[in-house]
Design a protein around this ligand. Sequence first.
Ligand code: 5GP
Length: 189
Amino acid sequence: MQLLKDRILKDGVVKPGNVLKVDSFLNHQMDIALINEIGREFRRRFPGDKVTKILTIEASGIGIACIAAQYFQVPVIFAKKAQSINIDGEVYHSQVESFTHKRVYDVILSKKFLGPEDHVLIIDDFLANGCALLGLIDIVKSAGASIEGAGIVIEKGFQDGGRKIRDMGIRVESLAIVDSMSDTSLTFR
Ligand code: 5GP
């Protein structure tokens, strides 16, 4: 998606540890006109009427998922980061290792909001090593629901999350795939 790639080149900042900061337009301050185009593009890439729920993970995915959901006309559900002591039989749960915070979270989703009849589109801001996506996939599978695919705003193609998830037979649509990045240059696939 050229609009997104141009914006990453203009305002993205590469930080040590392979972290791309896009907090001036995507996940802290949010450029709604851009995210609206992102939502429209996800809809274009996942046409048809199979999707019944959009699933994301708190916090950065929520705003993006909500804007995209207006194009799909389906509810958004999000996995919450929780303390393990709160986990009971009423929730699906999985574990996610945070790439940016370097710690493991239990994530939960109420069983009320996802079941075997659902067709799920997963949306997130970044795909790096794939932990967040694998946790969400685990939750969808626990619910017996179907995965229609994953819509990712920025995939870091030099990390292996994308390969892992595609090898599982899941369709991953990333709007910008970064092939390499350093202080001075950033290239896309
Ligand atoms: P993964 O679980 O695929 O390793 O990482 C995905 C999650 O980590 C995303 O939900 C995102 O919040 C965060 N993340 C991974 N890489 C980056 C990055 O380069 N920049 C930012 N801002 N977040 C990232």
